[in-house]
Design a protein around this ligand. Structure first.
Ligand SMILES: NC(=O)c1ccc[n+]([C@@H]2O[C@H](COP(=O)([O-])OP(=O)(O)OC[C@H]3O[C@@H](n4cnc5c(N)ncnc54)[C@H](OP(=O)(O)O)[C@@H]3O)[C@@H](O)[C@H]2O)c1
Length: 335
């Protein structure tokens, strides 16, 4: 008996997931008495499938040589619908305008009674309500811990560890690129120079607009609003301003008053907002560099803060692994 996994998208994160599954193979078998097997994977052009399971090391070496499989990929949905599996790990590129191929992959998997683990923000920010209903109607789980805060387990903290609390709000730094830029502005760099440095270090994309305009943080606000507060909302419901208008002078004035400026996503029953805010130095939300952090405000436990790496191959894969193991534990619909 095994849990059979398909990985859709075999880039940075998809490869990290294969590696993590390989690394934890023995631990999974010992803990759950069953195997987590990758039975298929596909990238933009190729696919590979074996109902007997694929060796993660072979998938990684295939990809290092060019493409993950030797079968040409014509249509991801058609491929998914031609094979048998238990869980789709959806890690193809984020497209927040259309949901991209990921939205079609996730719809197909859920409609066909397969669990889904994803960190792809596009489908979640555009169609959370629809996908959540689809999962429930088909008796399967959709989990997405790594879509907000990467390795920082904010969703499971709110939904599981803080069960029974009334969560009044969540405020957080949910984009490491913006935080790096603002931290370097604290050191006296102008915005353009801090952005250039972030690009040189690989923290910011060549086109950084989704990060610096607050779009990426807004997607995470939507995911937290839906999953933690049960607010049926999408990207258009969030008030968004980014960090492009922040000047060296504003940062210096804030610093003189013992504040720093941070891009904060705020989620509460009556506020969905992304905006630069003044945070007092030493406050849990005043982290520097690419770290992510969140403060969860609760009625009984008071404020709880959590921080961690918001992105990265193994960091993001670790969140996906934990979602996969949660599905294995709940043992719903698996073989
Ligand atoms: N990187 C992170 O730290 C991080 C953190 C949190 C969330 N995420 C999310 O995770 C997802 C993957 O990110 P990544 O960094 O791994 O991106 P990436 O390195 O660019 O990899 C994307 C992969 O998806 C494949 N792909 C492109 N179009 C596809 C399609 N139509 N069907 C199937 N596969 C397709 C690409 O194929 P080729 O290899 O053939 O080009 C590539 O293998 C994104 O949604 C991203 O927002 C990433």
């Amino acid at each position: 008996m095994s849990m059979d996994i398909v990985i859709a998208g075999f880039g940075t994160v998809g490869q990290g997931v294969a590696e993590a599954i390989g690394l934890r193979k023995d631990m999974i078998r010992e803990t759950f008495g069953r195997e987590a097997r990758i039975v298929a994977a596909f990238d933009s052009r190729s696919a590979i499938h074996s109902e007997d399971g694929l060796d993660p090391a072979v998938l990684l070496s295939n990809k290092a040589a060019g493409q993950v499989g030797d079968e040409p990929l014509v249509d991801g949905v058609a491929f998914l619908e031609s094979i048998d599996y238990d869980v789709l790990v959806e890690v193809s590129p984020t497209n927040i305008e259309t949901g991209g191929a990921g939205l079609h992959h996730i719809r197909s998997a859920l409609s066909n009674g397969r669990h889904v683990v994803t960190v792809n923000k596009g489908p979640l920010a555009l169609a959370f309500g629809e996908l959540d209903r689809l999962a429930k109607e088909n008796g399967v789980e959709m989990r997405y811990e790594g879509s907000v805060g990467g390795a920082m387990p904010i969703i499971n903290l709110c939904r599981e560890s803080l069960m029974g609390q009334n969560i009044t709000s969540v405020m957080g730094i949910l984009n490491g690129t913006c935080n790096f830029i603002l931290s370097r502005m604290d050191d006296g760099l102008p915005f353009e120079q801090a952005l250039k440095e972030a690009q040189e270090l690989g923290y910011a994309e060549t086109d950084p607009s989704y990060d610096i305009n607050g779009v990426d943080t807004a997607c995470k606000v939507v995911i937290l609003a839906n999953s933690v507060f049960g607010i049926d909302c999408d990207y258009d419901d969030v008030d968004v301003s980014g960090i492009t208008a922040i000047t060296e002078e504003a940062v210096a004035m804030a610093s003189d008053q013992n504040y720093c400026i941070r891009l904060i996503g705020e989620i509460s029953p009556d506020r969905l907002e992304v905006s630069p805010r003044l945070i007092s130095k030493g406050h849990p939300l005043s982290v520097t560099g690419t770290l992510n952090v969140a403060q969860v405000n609760t009625d009984l436990a008071g404020p709880i803060s959590i921080s961690g790496r918001g992105a990265g191959r193994m960091e993001t894969a670790s969140a996906i692994l934990s979602d996969l193991l949660a599905i294995m534990r709940s043992n719903v619909n698996n073989k």
